[in-house]
Design a binder for this molecule. Structure first.
Ligand SMILES: NC(=O)C1=CN([C@@H]2O[C@H](COP(=O)(O)OP(=O)(O)OC[C@H]3O[C@@H](n4cnc5c(N)ncnc54)[C@H](OP(=O)(O)O)[C@@H]3O)[C@@H](O)[C@H]2O)C=CC1
Ligand SMILES: CC(=O)[C@@H](O)[C@H](O)COP(=O)(O)O
Ligand SMILES: [Mn+2]
Length: 392
């Protein structure tokens, strides 16, 4: 019996994780589930997975959560401390599926306890990469890459280390605006930005995919996760999302990870580690696909990717500020308070405004990264004339 806790249990990653857990009979038991605001959905997930503990970040939802779980024997709690408790309870695998920098502290709590963490939340490594990886190493935690590109790369990498790697390529679908001219992208609606061509995901990552910021965040994630220097990492647009990642080795070999675009595949890979779980994900039929296309990313039409590459190259605290400003900008766009084209502009202005405020050193620890995150959010709101409550 493998004991799993699922952080972000009501989201896209959480629901796909629940599908895999349920499909495996008695292989898994669930210790804890955690969610943000949706008490009814969290209670339903706790009951579905027969979890022992359910934690909701928003204290206002606790009465509803308690009512829904009454008589089930499932303990519950609310607030940041309760989410940390969910992450800290003994478990063989903790799935880190909270969206955004809200996932940093709970995931870090699991890491500091030396847990095996299946990492879907990429913002942990963008916001606090160096400190996070250092703490993981110190605590003897294992990070299993669940983000599809990183999962494919980890499989392609096998037993090799960064020393053997000449290049690492993350593919990008190109998002819904891949073929659009810049002027049309600038005025894209919420509905258009959320219409991802290949994946069904939460709102924040869907908008990031549309701006290609997602791929920039993923470059920074790969840099920390695999310890590969920034100059060996690159992005290739691949509209079919079948090849997820490629590793070029120093002998000239290139190993790629392929699968149909279905998160159940990387989730099963992480939960089954070191074995393989059978899944109902669609099987790849390359004869039916017939053509795989690749093209270079267009950094002029997708400036968010350029900004993320620049932040990765600059290092230090730049990725923390980039991530925070992007979260503010995406939340404001989703709330109808910012145009799509203003997202990268707000990120760039926040980076410029804060350039003198942080040194070239990375935040010394995760707490310092989170303090900088709060400050960068405040400044992004100020520059964009955005009410802070829109971005909570
Ligand atoms: N979806 C995907 O296919 C992929 C996602 N990822 C990454 O995984 C993460 C999750 O993405 P996704 O599942 O799409 O996002 P969703 O928006 O679908 O889900 C987010 C989850 O986080 C919960 N949550 C939000 N704030 C808090 C908080 N403060 N404390 C506890 N839980 C909270 C939400 O609860 P509530 O609904 O109640 O607010 C929800 O359960 C992101 O970092 C994303 O980049 C990576 C690869 C693929
Ligand atoms: C499923 C997954 O891992 C996402 O991060 C995905 O990569 C998003 O698609 P894009 O390639 O369009 O960013
Ligand atoms: Mn991804």
């Amino acid at each position: 019996m493998t004991v799993v806790s699922v952080l972000g249990a009501t989201g896209s990653i959480g629901r796909s994780t629940a599908d895999i857990i349920e499909s495996q009979g008695e292989t898994f038991t669930v210790e804890a589930v955690a969610g943000g605001r949706d008490a009814a959905a969290l209670a339903a997930m706790a009951l579905r997975l027969r979890a022992r503990f359910a934690a909701l970040a928003d204290p206002a939802g606790l009465p509803e959560l308690r009512d829904a779980l009454a008589g089930s024997g499932i303990a519950s709690g609310a607030g940041e401390e309760a989410v940390i408790e969910a992450a800290s309870r003994p478990a063989d695998i903790v799935v880190a599926g909270i969206a955004g920098s809200a996932g940093v502290a709970p995931t870090h709590a699991a890491v500091r306890l030396g847990r095996t963490v299946a990492l879907a939340n990429k913002e942990c490594l963008v916001c606090a990469g160096e400190a996070f990886m250092r703490d993981a190493a110190r605590a003897g935690a294992t990070l299993l890459p669940m983000d599809s590109e990183h999962n494919a790369i980890a499989q392609a990498l096998g037993r090799h280390t960064a020393d053997d790697v000449e290049s690492m390529v993350l593919t990008a679908s190109g998002g819904p605006f891949r073929t659009w001219p810049a002027e049309r992208i600038a005025n894209a609606t919420r509905e258009e930005a959320l219409a991802h061509p290949n994946w069904s995901m939460g709102a924040k990552i869907s908008v990031d995919s549309a701006s290609l910021m997602n791929k920039g965040l993923e470059l920074i994630e790969a840099h920390h996760l695999f310890g590969v220097p920034a100059e060996r990492l690159s992005v290739l647009v691949h509209p079919q999302s079948i090849v997820h990642g490629l590793v070029g080795f120093r002998d000239g070999s290139v190993v790629a990870g392929l699968a149909c675009p279905d998160m159940r595949v990387p989730i099963a890979h992480c939960l089954g580690n070191p074995h393989r779980l059978a899944t109902a994900a669609p099987r790849l039929d390359l004869a039916a696909v017939a053509r795989l296309e690749f093209e270079a990313p267009d950094l002029a039409r997708f400036p968010a990717l350029r900004l993320a590459i620049e932040a990765m190259n600059a290092g230090g605290a730049a990725p923390t500020v980039l991530n925070a400003a992007n979260e503010v900008a995406v939340a404001a766009f989703l709330a109808g308070a910012l145009a799509f084209g203003a997202i990268p502009r707000l990120v760039e202005e926040t980076l410029e405004r804060m350039a003198g405020r942080y040194g070239s050193d990375a935040p010394r620890d995760v707490a310092a990264a989170l303090e900088l995150d709060v400050e960068a959010r405040r400044i992004a709101c100020e520059i964009g004339g955005i009410a802070a409550k829109l971005t909570d």
